[in-house]
Write a protein that binds this ligand. Structure first.
Ligand SMILES: [Mg+2]
Length: 239
């Protein structure tokens, strides 16, 4: 079995300030127990890889940052799924966004290595319209960019290939080369637009978190609290 999950909104409730989000010790313990029982475990987030690793705080599991563009394996080696040219195109898009939103209140640009995010949580409607226009301009300029609309944030990725399922597939291939076990039953839990793209492409057990009316996932859990209960039961079946 291989277990993958998103971080924000899946393992932890969404907070107004993303910097204030931490992992409950109980959930950390459950993920650790899962990894120690011998299954492959990975946390794949839209955050920077060092950020999500710090917040989860476990060794011997995989981490994915920037929606899976960057990976860190169980031995601590990093892998980049970003292609040459991605960084430069994202830098250009970020610069264009910065010019477009200059002077608008409540907007914040987050530059990551190969993605850029435009946060509009709490911004006045006028600013939100400016943000929407800025994103449209950036995509007009570089039509290969892929837009991810999440909770109060527009994300731009270099192209449509860079999604979490690409990252999970990379991890499975990597693990298969190292040991002949497999094929594995893949479980993936997430709550976001980027997770939906993985649900649509994956086989295995896909689980969406939250009260979604439209989803490509096969199963659903209501909240991060129910994710915790799921982890408890999953561990119980392996003891
Ligand atoms: Mg999420």
């Amino acid at each position: 079995m291989a277990f993958f999950c998103d971080f924000d909104g899946t393992l932890t409730p969404i907070r107004r300030n993303p910097d204030a989000v931490g992992l409950a010790p109980r959930v950390r313990g459950l993920i650790e127990e899962l990894a120690e029982s011998g299954i492959i475990v990975g946390v794949v987030s839209g955050r920077k890889i060092g950020d999500v690793r710090k917040r989860v705080g476990l060794r011997r599991i995989w981490y994915g940052g920037a929606h899976g563009l960057f990976l860190r394996d169980r031995e601590g080696r990093t892998h980049s799924l970003a292609k040459p040219g991605h960084k430069a195109r994202i830098r250009e898009a970020a610069n264009l966004l910065a010019r477009q939103i200059r002077g608008a209140s409540g907007l914040r640009i987050e530059r990551k290595i190969a993605t850029v995010a435009l946060h509009y949580r709490g911004a006045p409607l006028k600013s939100q319209a400016i943000a929407r226009n800025a994103v449209a301009r950036a995509m007009e300029r570089d039509p290969r960019l892929c837009l991810l609309a999440s909770k109060k944030v527009w994300g731009l990725l270099p192209d449509a290939q860079s999604d979490k399922w690409g990252a999970i597939s990379f991890i499975m291939k990597h693990e298969q080369r190292r040991n002949s076990d497999g094929p594995w039953l893949v479980i993936f839990i997430g709550d976001d637009a980027t997770d939906e793209r993985a649900f649509a492409r994956m086989s295995g057990i896909s689980i969406v978190v939250g009260e979604k009316t439209k989803t490509a996932a096969r199963y659903w859990l209501r909240s991060p609290g129910e994710v915790r209960k799921f982890l408890e039961r999953l561990n119980a079946t392996r003891r």
